[in-house]
Design a protein. Sequence first.
Length: 373
Amino acid sequence: MTITSLRDVSNAKRLVVKIGSALLVNDGQPARSWLDALTLDLKDLRENGTEIILVSSGAIALGAARLGLPNGGRASLADAQAAASVGQVALAQLWAGALDRHGLIAAQMLVTLDDLEDRRRYLNASATLERLMETGAVPVVNENDSVATEEIRFGDNDRLAARVAQAAGADAVLLLSDVDGLYDRDPSADGAQLIELVEGVTPEIIAMASEGSSSGLGSGGMKAKLQAARIAERAGIMLAIINGIEQRPIHTVRLTGRGTIFVPVRADNARKSWLGGRLAPEGVLSVDEGCVAALGKGASLLAAGLIEVAGEFERGALVSLHGPKGERLGQGLVEYSAAECRAILGLSQGDQEAKLGYAPRAAVVHRDHMVRA
């Protein structure tokens, strides 16, 4: 279903709602009255026929307050992991109580980056979400920060929400933020204008984003939200940023329509949307101008077009594809190890067997296992 106005968000059949730490936690304490009002919004959506999945931040902030950790629990990785371990219990209890008061059943689901990067585990997560939807429960998803490391993590729940929407087959994502949406410059600057509709996340749109989270509690920011929008649009999913600060934010946006809505301009198949949404390439393959042109026409990446290989990886790894000036072209699953890629770099098909010691494969990255940026 195509949704082009925030007034029509209740038309979504399956909706992912992401809630940031700054909205849910005030000075280390749950914002209970705000949460109760939001849960009333969720109840209204459910009664209208919309299935709800929540992606909720707040575990680290809640746990840090209980443990008395500095900097909201983010002074170190060890502090964040400890805070999350305590806070996840508190967060689950908070949502279970709030939803129960409105006749809804909460189901906790903690995931890591690997759970959605690995294809088999991604499909398992998808099946779990589907079964929870069938039972009528409301999944409350969060990154498992108690075991996540600096290198292997989403790092923000905006991108996690988009990936969960892909896995769940949702048709819309709402990111509740502490701003009205995307502005054409810093929202505090004179003359800043809210961008209400975005049709495709272009480099010009990304240039409007600010890096940090204004609250200091979260780990996202507008840049992370635009990355989430790119993941969502690849799967044909509408994503919107709305102001969640006031009471009943979803009810309010259905009346005002105020926010930024990202209308998807493409819809890859299920496997390619998963592949395009993956966040942790293990290496970079750089190609020449001729290869850039060929890839633009839908060709596979051949060794003859390779000019540089960065990183260490094995066959089947996710790699990022770059042009000769460093421009990102896309990503895909590589058919050779990094050492093998270096051995056949720039070689034609006929010259590769002598280097490899076996008959070469059809491509370094086949077009069926590649997505454009």
